[in-house]
Write a protein that binds this ligand. Structure first.
Ligand code: SF4
Length: 76
């Protein structure tokens, strides 16, 4: 049951991003998209962008990958 609830929360978050067509140009939303599932994420601390964050940010902002492609890669 807890696993199903967690899965529903993840799906709801994914849906929110997929409906917000340029969320990745907003730094706060981008942190939520990339960092919230990261083991190193600490909500009350300033985000120092790791290399993976910078790569995903630049791929999204340059239109090289879509949010859906990022989510697909994370779910594999
Ligand atoms: S910046 Fe990188 S290491 Fe830090 S929380 Fe985000 S994904 Fe994790």
């Amino acid at each position: 049951m807890a696993g199903e609830i967690e899965q529903l929360k993840i799906l709801a978050r994914e849906k929110k991003f997929l409906e917000d067509s340029d969320f990745y140009n907003d730094d706060t939303k981008l942190v939520e998209f990339i960092c919230y599932d990261c083991d190193f994420f600490k909500p009350d601390e300033e985000i120092l962008e790791c290399f993976a964050f910078k790569i995903v940010k630049n791929l999204l902002r340059k239109g090289i990958v879509s949010p859906q492609e990022v989510l697909d890669a994370l779910s594999q």
